[in-house]
Design a protein around this ligand. Structure first.
Ligand code: ATP
Length: 421
């Protein structure tokens, strides 16, 4: 079977639209014209540190089984017309790109997809690559969207999840979303952990916080459970459409293995082992920092204010603790922590000895042992006494940021087989 692969990206702005909604609108019009897409449309998240992203750096792709040349021409006309009519062209940072590709997904295309998830790609580089693989590109304005569109077509999905997106009536765009909170709690109770990241206390995680067309998005491991979940959630406003996307969200696809701290680059995401060389400390704005080191170097690691209570967990770490951190190096050149596993807690403190009179001794000067201010006793042994302390954190255990602060690509612990670690 011959397929036409379609990639679309960079159609929205902080003021509105969403590439998933545009894709869903296109798919509806294709269907009306008897052009069916094969499988689910795909929502592919790319490098979270890409500079010109609107929110979650997502591109969309889908594929159409080709029956006749007519189908191709009509499909392309429908797609390009919708992108040119519905994209948020007023925004400087909206530079849509549409890519059409016919043929097999090659190894070099898979490499390109990882490149777009791990690194930063220029428009020129994407254009050259498109010409190399024989893809047809359509650039609107600067056409930056071709970078993500090629990646969305090329990305392999060995691990994947689904997201059901419900779209609002356009008269409601920008207004407070009306979703019955209790019904979301019920949905979570009945479908978790097959669905996940639905709520976080009072925080409705299924609800976007931007003026985009999405009323809610429910994330899951399977498409079947989404029908059940959708029937439980009560919207108190009209839903004009639904669309289920297959996606690399919540798979940790952005995380690269790295052996040395010194090998890590800015704007990339890693899992990295190291030891704290200072105690966590808070700076203005409530951001929590510590320094992680290994034999090759050190890096400042951060749990920023939006990670809320996760900072309290980080605060329980101490100098000497060994961890494996997951996260990425952002704008400030700090490692933004997404989650960590405790490898070995430092559960020893060193104290001045207790005198035979019962009081704690003080130092008698460098290299001169200890003295007791109470009874005057002296000892010449200069070594402090090791004492085991209780730690609230647990060796081997993972700790993650709350749902409200989690990246789309981050794999939540509930999706991880923790026995393997
Ligand atoms: P939303 O999540 O609301 O759909 P977004 O966060 O995906 O929006 P876009 O408006 O799609 O943001 O803009 C992201 C831009 O970054 C696109 O032009 C995309 O092609 C480009 N891009 C994606 N990955 C990379 C990368 N690795 N390097 C450089 N640019 C990239």
């Amino acid at each position: 079977m011959n397929f036409l692969y379609v990639g679309i990206d960079d159609t929205d702005s902080p003021d509105g639209m969403c590439t998933t909604f545009l894709a869903s609108t296109i798919i509806n019009e294709l269907n009306k014209n008897n052009i069916e897409i094969t499988g689910f449309p795909r929502l592919i998240r790319l490098n979270p540190f890409a500079r010109f992203k609107t929110r979650g750096n997502g591109g969309v792709s889908f594929k159409i089984a080709i029956n006749s040349d007519n189908d191709i021409d009509l499909a392309k006309e429908i797609i390009l017309r919708n992108v040119s009519e519905l994209s948020m062209f007023d925004c400087d940072n909206t530079n849509p790109g549409v890519v059409f590709y016919q043929g097999d997904i090659t190894d070099e295309m898979v490499d390109y997809a990882f490149h777009a998830i791990y690194d930063i790609i220029t428009i020129e580089e994407a254009e050259e690559f498109a010409s190399k693989i024989g893809a047809e590109i359509h650039k609107f304005k600067k056409g930056r969207g071709i970078i993500g569109s090629i990646a969305a077509i090329s990305c392999p999905l060995d691990d994947y999840t689904y997201e059901l997106l419900a779209y609002r009536h356009k008269d409601k765009y920008g207004t407070v979303r009306q979703i019955d909170y209790d019904s979301v709690v019920k949905m979570d109770k009945e479908t978790y952990p097959e669905t996940f990241e639905n709520i976080d206390g009072k925080y409705l995680a299924i609800e976007p916080k931007t003026p985009c067309p999405v009323l809610y998005g429910i994330r899951s491991n399977s498409p079947e459970v989404l029908d059940i979940a959708r029937d439980i959630v009560i919207p108190n406003e009209e839903i004009v459409d639904y669309c289920i996307f297959k996606t690399n969200q919540h798979t940790d696809m952005h995380i690269q293995n790295v052996d040395n701290i010194s090998d890590m680059k800015q704007y990339a995401c890693y899992k990295v082992k190291g030891t704290l060389i200072d105690n966590p400390h808070v700076i203005g704005g409530g951001h929590m920092f510590f320094t992680l080191a290994d034999d090759s170097g050190e890096i400042e690691c951060a749990a920023y204010e939006p990670t809320k209570n996760f900072r309290k967990t980080v605060a329980k770490l101490r100098k000497g603790d060994s961890l494996e951190l997951y996260g990425g190096i952002g704008e400030q050149n700090t490692f933004n922590i997404e989650k960590f596993q405790v490898l070995k807690l430092n559960d020893v403190i060193y104290e001045n000895p207790i005198c035979k009179c019962g009081k704690r001794m003080t130092s008698a000067g460098k290299g001169k042992g200890f003295k007791c201010k109470n009874c005057g006793a002296k000892i010449t042994d200069d070594n402090k006494v090791a004492k085991k302390i209780n730690r609230e954190l647990i060796n081997g255990k993972f700790y993650e940021t709350p749902v409200s602060a989690r990246r789309h690509l981050s794999k939540p612990l509930i999706r991880m087989d923790l026995n393997k670690y």
